[in-house]
Ligand binder design. Structure first.
Ligand SMILES: [Cu+2]
Length: 438
C-alpha cells in the first residue's frame, strides 16, 4: 500500500539509524523511520504532488519518480531515483523511461501497425478496477479523448508493492544462523487497449536497485485475423475453419539515463571469448574485453555480450564509477525492417527522436522516421538507449478467451552503484573487499 511518506522521506535515511534498523531486523517500514533525524538532505521534486510516486519498501529502499501521460506513449516515468539503506540521499538513475513503440507486422504482409503513434495507444489508457491493483493505489490519469472511458480522468495507474522471494541467503560462517531477506518490489503499471489487444505496461522497481520493464499482451485475438491470411495460421476453435494469422509484437523502450543526475553518460560493451585448454593440466580460458562505445551504435545481443551505461561523474563508496547494466530479455528479433533488425540502439539525444518507428517528433527533413536512421556516426555525449524486444505470436487454442498475458521485456541492474549489496545485514557490513582474517 502506498501511503504518504513525505514527511519521513524528506528526512532521508541516516546511516547510523539504518544500521540500527537493520540490526532490529527491519521488518517494518514504520517503526524505525519515525525516529529519523531532520538534518538529512531534503528531497527535491520536479513535479507536483499528484505526479509523484514515492515508495519506501519494507526492506528499507526508497524509490522516487515523477509520472506523466503522453498522448501516444502512454505513461512516461521521469526523474527516477533509488535510495537503498545506507545512502543518505537519492541516487538518480534515469531522466526518463518510456515505451518507444509497439510495432506489429503480420506474417502475410497485409498489415503492419505502429500501435503507439498510429493507433492511439495513449488514448487507449483504461480504467483499472480496485481488484487489479491489490494492496495499492490507483492514480487518476488525465487522458484527453480517452477511447475507453466516459471521463477523461482515467483511473489508470496502479502503484503497489509485491514480494519477489529471496533477496539473498547465507549460512553464517560458524553455521550458527541464516542471514536471509525476502525481497520487495514497487510495481507501477497501467493498461492500454489498442483494438482487441490490451497491453499491460509494467515497471518493477526492486529493493536491490534492479528495474524490470515488461509489456504484457492480453485482451483478445482480433477476430478479423481469423482468416489464415499467412496461409499457415494456427487453427483456433473447432476444426480448422478459423486460422489466426501469425504476427510479431516488437516492443521498444526508450531510456534516457541520468546517473548521479547527469545525462553525460558513457556506454561500454563487454564480450567474452572462451578458448580451448592450452595443455593437459589447463582448463578452458575465458577472456573478457571492454569496448568503449563512443559513437552511435546499432547493436546485437550475442552470447556473453553485454552493455552498461556508466556515470560520467558519480562513484560509489569504493571509488568505482556507478553504472547500470542492460540485461536482455528473451527476444525473437524480427528482421523485416531496419528498425527491428537490431536488439539495441544507442543514439545521441535529440528531442525530436521520440519513437523507434513512425516517429512523430518534428525532426529536420531527411532525418528519417525510425531509430535505425538516427545511428549516423555521431559521438555519444548524451546517449539514448533504445531496447527492442520481439515476440512472434503464433496463436494457440489457449489464446481464447481472454488471451493469457504474454510478457516480453528486459531489466537494468545496478553495477557498482553501491559499494556492497544494498541490503547487507549490519553483521556482514564489514565484509567488503579482501576477506577479513578469521
Ligand atoms: Cu499477438
Amino acid at each position: 500500500m502506498r501511503v504518504n511518506r513525505n514527511s519521513r522521506a524528506r528526512s532521508g535515511a541516516a546511516v547510523g539509524l539504518t544500521v540500527t534498523a537493520l540490526a532490529a531486523g527491519l521488518t517494518t517500514a514504520a517503526g524505525p523511520a519515525t525516529a529519523q533525524p531532520r538534518s538529512a538532505p531534503a528531497v527535491t521534486w520536479d513535479c507536483s504532488a499528484a505526479y509523484r510516486i514515492e515508495q519506501k519498501l519494507s526492506t528499507g529502499t526508497t524509490w522516487r519518480m515523477c509520472w506523466r501521460h503522453d498522448a501516444e506513449a502512454g505513461i512516461i516515468l521521469e526523474d527516477i531515483s533509488y535510495q537503498p539503506p545506507g545512502e543518505t540521499k537519492p541516487i538518480k538513475v534515469l531522466a526518463s523511461a518510456r515505451l518507444g513503440q509497439i510495432h506489429v507486422p503480420y506474417d502475410d504482409g497485409k498489415a503492419e501497425y505502429d500501435d503507439l503513434t498510429g493507433f492511439g495507444f495513449g488514448q487507449g489508457q483504461v480504467n483499472l478496477t480496485a481488484a487489479e491493483c491489490p494492496g495499492g493505489t490507483i492514480k487518476t490519469v488525465k487522458v484527453p479523448g480517452a477511447f475507453w472511458s466516459e471521463s477523461e480522468n482515467v483511473k489508470g495507474l496502479c502503484t503497489t508493492t509485491r514480494s519477489r522471494g529471496h533477496a539473498y541467503r547465507k549460512l553464517a560462517d560458524d553455521g550458527s544462523k541464516v542471514y536471509q531477506a525476502q525481497g520487495k518490489d514497487l510495481l507501477v503499471y497501467g493498461v492500454n487497449k489498442v483494438g482487441w489487444y490490451e497491453y499491460m505496461t509494467e515497471w518493477r522497481f526492486q529493493d536491490d536497485g534492479t528495474i524490470n520493464m515488461n509489456v504484457g499482451a492480453t485482451g483478445s485475438l482480433a477476430p478479423g485475423d481469423y482468416d489464415a491470411g499467412d496461409g499457415r495460421g494456427w487453427p483456433i476453435g473447432n476444426g480448422s475453419a478459423a486460422k489466426a494469422t501469425s504476427h510479431s509484437h516488437n516492443v521498444f523502450w526508450r531510456l534516457n539515463f541520468a546517473l548521479d543526475g547527469s545525462t553525460k553518460t558513457k556506454v561500454e560493451q563487454y564480450d567474452s571469448a572462451v578458448s580451448a585448454p592450452t595443455g593437459p593440466n589447463e582448463g578452458p580460458t575465458n577472456k573478457t574485453t571492454r569496448t568503449k562505445i563512443t559513437k552511435e551504435l546499432a547493436g546485437d545481443a550475442k552470447n556473453m555480450r553485454w552493455w552498461r551505461v556508466v556515470s560520467g561523474t558519480g562513484k560509489n563508496k569504493d571509488g568505482h564509477a556507478r553504472s547500470y547494466e542492460i540485461v536482455p530479455g528473451a527476444t525473437q528479433k524480427y528482421p523485416g525492417r531496419a528498425f527491428t533488425n537490431n536488439d539495441i540502439y544507442f543514439t545521441e539525444y535529440k528531442k525530436c527522436e521520440q519513437f523507434a518507428s513512425n516517429n512523430l517528433g518534428n525532426c529536420a527533413a531527411g532525418a528519417g522516421k525510425s531509430v535505425d536512421k538516427w545511428v549516423g556516426g555521431e559521438t555519444l555525449t548524451h546517449p539514448i538507449t533504445w531496447v527492442n524486444v520481439g515476440f512472434h505470436h503464433i496463436a494457440r487454442d489457449e489464446d481464447q478467451e481472454p488471451m493469457p498475458v504474454h510478457w516480453q521485456g528486459f531489466s537494468i541492474a545496478p553495477r557498482d552503484v553501491t559499494a556492497m549489496n544494498p541490503l547487507t545485514p549490519a553483521e556482514l557490513a564489514d565484509q567488503n573487499g579482501i576477506p577479513r582474517n578469521q
